[in-house]
Write a protein of this length. Structure first.
Length: 227
């Protein structure tokens, strides 16, 4: 699935779930949020993506009224679709000092942002839909998380070690050390491993319900959890 198409598919599913659940429904994946909070967050992220892709300032915060918020979000989605339709190699504003970011990077980021928050919106439904992502899309989400997001974080690792993230099609390996940024290394003998199908490893990295297995030292994995 192309990333622009993925944004549409997952944002549409997110909105359907939000409308079905209603603004006051609790989001089981994010216990501090209601559906209203979730939609407000997603709408603001889409607004921010427009600003980064076009190198402009983000608009004011989204409205609080539910109906107005839904309309505002629809507008941001259309603006984001247009902004991200530029050639993927077009430079975009980067949130990471000294790291170049392109429109293609933001398109990929927004596809996975929509996919993960779709799961959150669906967690407000009863029964919860049995959504499962394709191995290719989920594996790309694992790669984006480990190679694009994690290496930019401020070092906050108290222990040194090698971690493997293993799916049926690929193993990613990261080296952690106190005071250093996480960095990719060739797979070897890990000190900890997160293993499962791509969908489960993807969800595990983002702190959503999963069936991936952890072996070795779980303390090494803790600082990599999604913020």
């Amino acid at each position: 699935m192309e990333f622009l198409e993925a944004i549409d598919v997952h944002a549409d599913a997110l909105k359907r779930a939000a409308l079905t659940a209603g603004p006051s429904a609790p989001v089981r994946n994010c216990p501090k949020w209601t559906v209203h909070d979730l939609v407000r967050h997603v709408a603001w992220v889409h607004c921010f993506a427009v600003a980064t892709a076009l190198n402009t300032s983000a608009e004011p915060a989204p409205p609080d009224d539910w109906d107005e918020l839904l309309g505002w979000w629809d507008g941001q989605r259309l603006a984001m679709r247009e902004a991200l339709s530029q050639p993927p190699e077009t430079p975009a504003r980067s949130p990471f000092p000294g790291v170049a970011v392109s429109v293609g990077d933001w398109t990929r980021r927004m596809a996975h942002e929509a996919a993960i928050h779709r799961l959150d919106a669906e967690s407000a439904l009863d029964p919860r839909p049995a959504t499962k992502y394709s191995p290719a899309f989920a594996a790309d989400g694992v790669d984006e998380y480990l190679t694009f997001l994690v290496p930019q974080r401020s070092p906050r690792y108290e222990k040194a070690g090698i971690i493997h993230f293993t799916t049926p099609g690929r193993t990613w390996a990261l080296r952690l050390a106190p005071g250093e940024h996480a960095r990719p290394v060739p797979p070897g003998t890990p000190d900890a491993e997160l293993r499962g199908d791509a969908d489960d490893v993807y969800r595990a990295l983002w702190g959503r319900a999963h069936h991936a297995e952890v072996s070795g030292d779980p303390a090494l994995l803790a600082p990599l959890a999604a913020p």
